[in-house]
Design a binder for this molecule. Sequence first.
Ligand code: SF4
Ligand code: SF4
Length: 289
Amino acid sequence: MIISVASGKGGTGKTTIASSFIKIAHDHIAVDCDVEAANLYILLDPLVRKTENFIGGAKATLTGDCINCEKCEELCRFEAISDSAVSIKFDKLKCESCGVCAYVCPTGAIELIPEEQGKFFISDTSFCPFIHAKLNPGAENSGLLVTKIRNISEDIAHKKNKKVIIIDGAPGIGCPVIASLNGVDFALIVTEPTITAINDFKKVYEVACFFNVKSLVCINKFDINTDNTSIIEKFCFSKGIEVLDRIPYDEDVPRYLAEKKFIVDNLESPASKEIRNLWNKIEKVLYCE
Ligand code: SF4
Ligand code: SF4
C-alpha cells in the first residue's frame, strides 16, 4: 500500500506528520518526494548506502565549429543564446531543449546533450529504508525525478517485502505533486484553517480526483481559526471526503523540529497524541480496504 502525504500550500505541517508516521509505522519504506527542497533527511538522519546522478533533459551545447552566423540566436524563442566576439554562448537555465538551434545551424555545431540535474540517494535509517533526492538549483524535470525515486522505492519494497510506502509529497500542485500522487492508494491531505491553505487543499484534492486517488483529510492547527475549520469540514462533507483527524496547535511542534526531534516522542504533547491517533486510523484504512 502506498500513502502520499500532500498539502498544497507549504508550511501546513505535512512533513511533521509524514515524519511522525515514518517514526511509528512498522514494515515500511519512506520516500521524500519534495525533490526541490528536500528536508525530511535532516530529521531522519539517514546513512546513505547509494548515491546516483539523475540525468534529466538535454541542453543545447556547442560541440562543433561556429561560423558566427547568428541564425541560432535569431530563432531561439527563449533568448537562451547570446553572441560573443568569438562564437555564441548558451544560457542553460533559459534553454527549453526545443532543438531549433541545432536544426538551423549550418555547420551542425550544436547538439542537445543530456545533463546531470540532481542526485538521488538510497539510505537506511533507524526506522526504515529511505529514498530521497535533490534537484540541482534551476534544474528541471522534478516530476521525472519524483517518478524515478518512487519506482526505486517500489522495487525496494518488493525485494524487502515491505507492506507500506509512506511518501512525503511535494508542496504545491505542480509536476512533482502530480508524480507523487499518481498511482498511490491514498492521499492524506494535510491542511490548516487559513484561506491560502484551503484554496490549495481544494486544488490538490482535484489533482487526486483526476488520478482516481482516494483523499483523506487532516486539519492541522484546527484551533487557530475554528470558522475556517468549519469551512474545510463543510467542503469535505459536500464532497464525501473523510476528515480523519483535527490536530491542535501545539508550541512543542516547532520546538521539537528545531531540535531535530520527533514530536511523536513527546507523549504529553496534544499534537503528538492526535498524530498517533491519526496513524492508528490510517493503519485501519491501509489494512482494511
Ligand atoms: S534548444 Fe531551443 S531553447 Fe535551447 S538554446 Fe536551442 S533554440 Fe534555444
Ligand atoms: S547557427 Fe551554428 S554557426 Fe551559426 S551562430 Fe549558431 S552555432 Fe554558430
